[in-house]
Design a protein around this ligand. Structure first.
Ligand code: TRP
Ligand code: ZN
Length: 882
């Protein structure tokens, strides 16, 4: 493992390479422990570069075993090889030359899952961001693009399948028991998009005819026997290809598109050109084993990786500081795809829930960083929810600000102008400035200033003048390394409603630009005056969550109730439910902490129950309204000195009161929201299941008995219902006979299916209360627990530390000490995974003093450890400092 050397990379230091790479020709002789990699690279010195400058190539844990210059062995005094670099001197001043570099690597020993590694008996690669340098010495940076030829030689019986990027050139036998295959990718690409897969896998095949009539072969490779479970992913792929043609005008550009599903993978999936590699969790699904959420994730991630073909691959990043150029934009594209395939408002609610529960805490804590950072120690630690999700929100704001049509033209210009290039965020923004004629300088600050802006609003109505004045102020909190912030351009979708729910159309607006129902807040403080407003309006601000901000706007419960009933934007309706719920949950948390009885506002309960029973609303929307803000949402709103036990107890009391008041509503929903016995994964059926299961949860509180959940568990004919019933049993009645019986039944039934075994671990890791730490530790000794499998570690350890504030955040600090021990253990094998799990400590400063103290000590214990990876050292130091 590479340990930290304290090096920091700065955006300001960016320089193009001295040498231009013309072509790459790789030959792999695969062997589990001694794979030989021969890399032939053709370079020439860039015009204007000093004729004596050496060529610098990156490596990571490499050993050089051969180096030829134009086919002739290079004299040792002409180069220096270390595990991290290969430096070559005395190269020609201008004419092209060829280097042949040989390395021997050990895929079997590669537990970091970066570079070439083994998983489930197959060979597989992961090169983003800096994994290619673990295969061979190379200018391993995204602005070095070249066409790749790849030759793969391997044992034929063990590896009937030999895959790489691009189009298949040919293959043949190769000596005793071996064969080879050759692939050529004509699209110049950076090394991070290289992929190789070899082994024995099953396949499902299909084809897609592009808008220009070209036929593309589609193949999804999975473990033998799992082929039928790839059908939904294939369907999602074809829908993605069609959608990208229809909505963004983007056509696929090779003869073949392949996806390989593997079971050991650090993240969700990877967009390697023509050969996406997926965590099998985001490929495999069938009704018995996948939940509705799994289906939705598969659809979104298949789309995401496919969309990268244009936003990421054809146009890539100049350097890793520009990561949001491909990730933020591609997340925006996959969000729009899912919105079109499903229910737009429900999708938007789910996105905002996710953004607030993951990105807002990051942006408000020690790990806060701009969407486009300017320095990093470990790039792996910048694949964050800020870069992805806030990056997507910033893209969405461009569309809101310019309007759909101008945005589309700007995207077309971007594809036209930059196809084949490695570019920056500035290049991207320039396309929208050029197409719209708007100055986006104040808007661009969204990329550069970290922290969630706080917008404070207050309104006054003047009946005589028939005007409504809305004063708005923006404040961007200080974040690590950024104390002073400038006002940004914030697009706020906004509407004014009359008492009867009809929208006002103002005759004119001054004090701020208001066009297409978007109010443009551009100064620190602004007052917008709406003219021609016949009566006191109820204002809806930040509809559809047009800007990723915190909004402080004191609205009366009656006004919120009006919005909850009448807002034409259903996202804003949901927001009104949340705004009604939050004060109740905050008060409940405070009351629980002081042992006072919890009392819930009647307006809130009435509004919520009315919505639950309102048949004009989509079931999925009603389920979202019934799912109250989470414990971490409440903690964030409380802001500091937090006691997870009180937050939990308060929230439980609120749920119980809603459940008691709504017993009849919930029983009738439970009876009526059934789905046909033959399962379909469509959004409408999923919505009915979600609402029925929400009703089941409330009933389990009202009845305070496991019986109904137990019956639901026994009756379930799909994983969504089964897992929901199991969760109620385990979380609400953890010590009951019914819970332990259901857990064993579930385990026995699915012991052969790793993705379902992960669910079995997760459910238990999320059981609220102080006893769960012991349970988690016992589960780590269970024969089904696998330390080397990232999905399994995330399912048990990750679920515990990220989603269980009362279990992990025990007042005695045992949870934090457990985490510290596990981080050190995981770090030895897989630094990326360890660092990711350690980010669960990002909100430690907002804990009450006793817990905060324990948390700090645990972090200091990690920090004091010698030989940490760069990944973990970077996270632990920033977490303690910020
Ligand atoms: N680029 C990938 C995506 O978002 C994710 C990714 C980045 C990744 N680095 C990785 C996946 C390392 C696995 C391992 O689509
Ligand atoms: Zn991505």
């Amino acid at each position: 493992m590479r340990t930290d050397i304290g090096q920091v990379i700065n955006l300001a230091d960016y320089q193009p390479t001295d040498f231009v790479l013309e072509r790459v020709d790789l030959t792999f002789e695969l062997d589990p422990t001694e794979t030989k990699v021969e890399s032939r690279l053709i370079f020439h010195r860039r015009e204007g570069v000093d004729g004596t400058a050496p060529l610098l190539l990156d490596g990571d844990e490499l050993a050089l075993s051969g180096l030829l210059f134009d086919q002739v062995e290079m004299p040792p005094e002409q180069y220096t090889a270390t595990p991290e670099s290969l430096t070559i001197r005395n190269l020609p001043p201008s004419e092209p030359f060829e280097l042949t570099i040989t390395t021997i690597i050990n895929p079997e020993a590669n537990t970091q899952l970066m570079g070439l590694y083994r998983t489930g008996g197959i060979y597989c690669t992961q090169c983003e961001a800096e994994g290619f340098r673990r295969i061979t010495y190379f200018p391993d940076r995204p602005d070095v693009l070249a066409p790749f030829t790849v030759n793969i030689i391997a044992d034929k019986a063990a590896n009937p399948l030999l895959l790489s990027n691009g189009n298949f050139l040919g293959g043949a036998g190769y000596g005793e028991g071996k064969h080879f295959a050759a692939w050529f990718d004509p699209h110049p690409k950076p090394s991070y998009l290289f992929a190789l897969v070899a082994g024995d896998l099953g396949v499902i095949e299909d084809s897609f005819t592009t808008m220009n009539g070209r036929e593309v072969a589609l193949k999804i490779y999975v473990e033998h026997g799992k082929e039928p479970r790839a059908a939904y992913a294939m369907d999602a792929l074809k829908r993605s290809m069609k959608w990208d043609e229809e909505v963004f005008g983007r056509e696929y550009d090779l003869d073949i598109f392949m996806i390989v599903a593997v079971s050991d993978f650090n993240m969700g999936a990877m967009e390697n050109k023509g050969l996406n590699v997926f965590n099998d969790k985001y490929v495999l699904a069938d009704p018995e084993t996948a939940t509705d959420a799994d289906y939705a994730n598969i659809e979104a991630i298949i789309a995401h990786e496919y969309f990268h073909n244009w936003t990421g691959n054809r146009i890539t990043c100049r350097d890793w500081f520009q990561l949001c150029l491909k990730e933020g934009l591609t997340v925006y594209r996959d969000h729009e795809f899912s919105a079109d395939q499903r229910s737009r408002p429900v999708k938007r609610i789910a996105e905002v829930r996710h953004l607030k529960s993951e990105q807002f805490p990051e942006d408000g804590g020690p790990l806060a960083h701009p969407v486009r950072p300017t320095k990093y120690r470990e790039i792996n630690n910048f694949y964050t929810t800020t870069v992805y999700e806030k990056g997507s929100e910033v893209t969405r704001m461009i569309a809101t600000l310019l309007g759909k049509e101008t945005f589309k033209k700007g995207m077309d210009l971007y594809f036209d102008r930059h196809d084949g290039q490695a570019v920056t965020i500035e290049d991207f923004i320039k396309c929208f400035e050029d197409i719209s004629g708007r100055d986006l300088a104040k808007f661009s600050l969204w990329y550069h200033q970290a922290g969630t802006p706080l917008v404070t609003a207050s309104g006054t109505y003047d009946a005589g003048a028939k005007t409504f004045s809305l004063s708005l102020e923006q404040m961007i909190p200080a974040t690590p390394g950024q104390t002073e912030k400038l006002p940004m351009h914030i697009p706020l979708s906004l509407a004014l409603f009359a008492e009867d729910g009809a929208a006002f159309a103002p005759t004119s607006v001054d004090g701020a630009e208001y066009s297409g129902s978007v109010l443009h807040l551009t100064d620190r403080a602004q007052t917008a005056v709406f003219h021609g407003i016949a009566s006191r309006p109820v204002v809806s601000i930040n509809r559809s969550f047009s800007a990723p901000i915190n909004l402080h706007f004191d609205q009366m419960p009656a006004d919120l109730a009006l919005l909850a009933r009448h807002e034409s934007d259903h996202f804003a309706r949901w927001q009104a439910f949340t705004d009604l719920a939050l004060p109740n949950l905050l008060t409940a948390a405070r009351d629980a902490r002081e042992d006072r009885p919890v009392v819930v506002e009647q307006t809130f309960v009435d509004t919520l129950l009315a919505a639950a029973a309102d048949e004009s609303l989509e079931p999925a929307f009603r389920a979202q309204a019934l799912a109250l803000p989470s414990e971490s949402d409440i903690a964030r709103e409380l802001g500091g000195n937090n006691d997870p036990d009180a937050i939990h107890a308060g929230r439980q009391a609120v749920i119980t009161q809603i459940a008691d008041a709504g017993k009849d509503v919930f029983s009738s929903l439970y009876e009526s929201m059934t789905t046909p016995s033959s399962f379909t994964a469509d959004a409408a059926s999923a919505g009915r299941r979600a609402l029925r299961n929400a009703a089941l949860t409330y009933l389990s509180y009202a009845e305070n008995s496991p019986t109904r959940a137990k019956n639901a568990f026994n009756a379930a004919n799909n994983m969504t219902d089964l897992l929901h019933a199991l969760t109620i049993l385990a979380h609400r009645f953890p010590d009951s006979e019914d819970a332990s019986e259901a857990l064993s039944t579930f385990r026995e039934r699915f012991a052969e299916n790793p993705l379902v075994v992960d669910k079995w671990f997760s459910v238990q890791a999320a059981i609220p209360g102080t006893g769960t730490l012991d349970r988690v530790q016992n589960l780590m000794a269970h024969p089904l627990f696998k330390r080397t499998n990232p999905n399994r570690v995330r399912a048990l350890v990750g679920t515990f530390v990220f989603t269980n504030p009362t279990g992990f955040g025990r007042a005695d600090g045992e949870g934090y000490r457990f985490l510290a021990r596990e981080i050190l253990d995981i770090d030895r094998r897989n630094p990326q995974l360890a660092a990711r799990i350690l980010t669960s400590m990002r909100s430690w400063r907002s804990l009450e003093p006793i817990r905060a103290d324990h948390a700090r000590s645990a972090l200091l214990g990690i920090e004091r450890t010698q030989g940490l990876s760069t990944d973990v050292r970077d996270i632990v130091e920033r977490t303690l400092k910020g």
